[in-house]
Write a protein that binds this ligand. Structure first.
Ligand SMILES: [Zn+2]
Ligand SMILES: [Zn+2]
Length: 291
């Protein structure tokens, strides 16, 4: 008997028609959005594993025990592959470090209209430019990076998080979200100085250099000891050399970032990135866009 394949349906079309989709219906049991088996896969499942009403493997998303056997078995139920993807994707999304406020968000959660319906000037074209980058990044794992900037509260962190979520869902590769707050560097240094047994700064650096997709949230001009700025430059440069995709958000333009590291950071970003300026509107109060 030939192995069945999921043909997909409209509900999972945007996630590659592979029989899984993102469940953004947030409730008490789904506060951050999660990947679930799509209805089309549940209908085709003959073994019963997908017949529970809201199938989603519970943490810690262990490998499915029957994986090795099913890979060899031509008669294995269609749901085996779907369940494996669901488990992998929920683990990748959990490990990506996206803040809870932005988890389970997709590109359309960056709004181009106010709640009352009027158009937000330039929002649609900015999102369109950024989406062009996203669609290329999904198809080709290496290449240009993306620099999103604008005033605080304009939705750049939400957009970057949504893009990271979509990239993970469509490529099934890992990604990381890093907020470059003072606290981040503080913890990085503490790790180095006090708790070498956990992860050294070099190990963190290597992890951030190698991860297929990285978001560096909130690069700014106002912070940064010489050590921090050097660390940041080396990270951006290493990813640039390897053409590893990066999304950077900032409240500052590249011109303003010129003061960092004698202009080396902004110069690297200028070469590495497609630059998108988001509209100058603070939408925090309207859309829960966060800081
Ligand atoms: Zn489907
Ligand atoms: Zn099944």
């Amino acid at each position: 008997m030939a192995k069945q394949t999921v043909v997909g349906c409209e509900r999972c079309a945007r996630f590659g028609r592979l029989g899984y989709r993102l469940d953004t219906d947030r409730g008490q049991d789904n506060p951050t959005g999660r990947v679930v088996a799509c209805e089309c896969a549940r209908e085709l499942c003959t073994c019963g594993a997908l017949h529970a009403p809201a199938f989603a493997p519970a943490p810690p998303y262990e490998q499915l025990p029957e994986r090795a056997a099913a890979a060899e078995d031509e008669t294995a139920c269609i749901c085996w592959r779907v369940r494996r993807h669901v488990a992998t994707l929920n683990r990748l999304l959990r490990d990506a470090g996206i803040p809870n406020l932005y988890r389970g968000k997709l590109r359309e959660d960056y709004h181009v209209r106010y709640p009352e319906g009027q158009v937000i000037p330039d929002a649609e074209s900015a999102r369109g430019q950024a989406v062009t980058w996203l669609e290329t990044a999904v198809k080709e794992p290496t290449g240009k990076s993306l620099f999103l900037y604008g005033v605080p509260g304009d939705g750049k962190t939400l957009l970057a998080s949504a893009f990271l979520t979509e990239i993970i869902l469509l490529t099934r590769k890992s990604g990381l979200f890093v907020n470059l707050s003072r606290g981040y560097f503080q913890r990085l240094r503490n790790t180095y100085e006090d708790e070498p047994s956990i992860e050294t700064t070099d190990q963190v650096f290597n992890r951030l250099t190698r991860v297929p997709f990285l978001v560096l949230d909130d690069i700014g001009v106002e912070r940064g000891s010489a050590w921090e700025v050097e660390w940041l430059y080396n990270l951006i440069d290493a990813r640039y050399q390897n053409q590893n995709r990066l999304i950077v958000t900032s409240n500052n333009s590249l011109e303003e970032l010129n003061v960092l590291s004698h202009g080396r950071i902004s110069s690297r970003l200028r070469h590495a990135c497609m630059v998108v300026r988001l509209p100058d509107v603070d939408l925090r109060e309207r859309f829960r866009y966060g800081a």
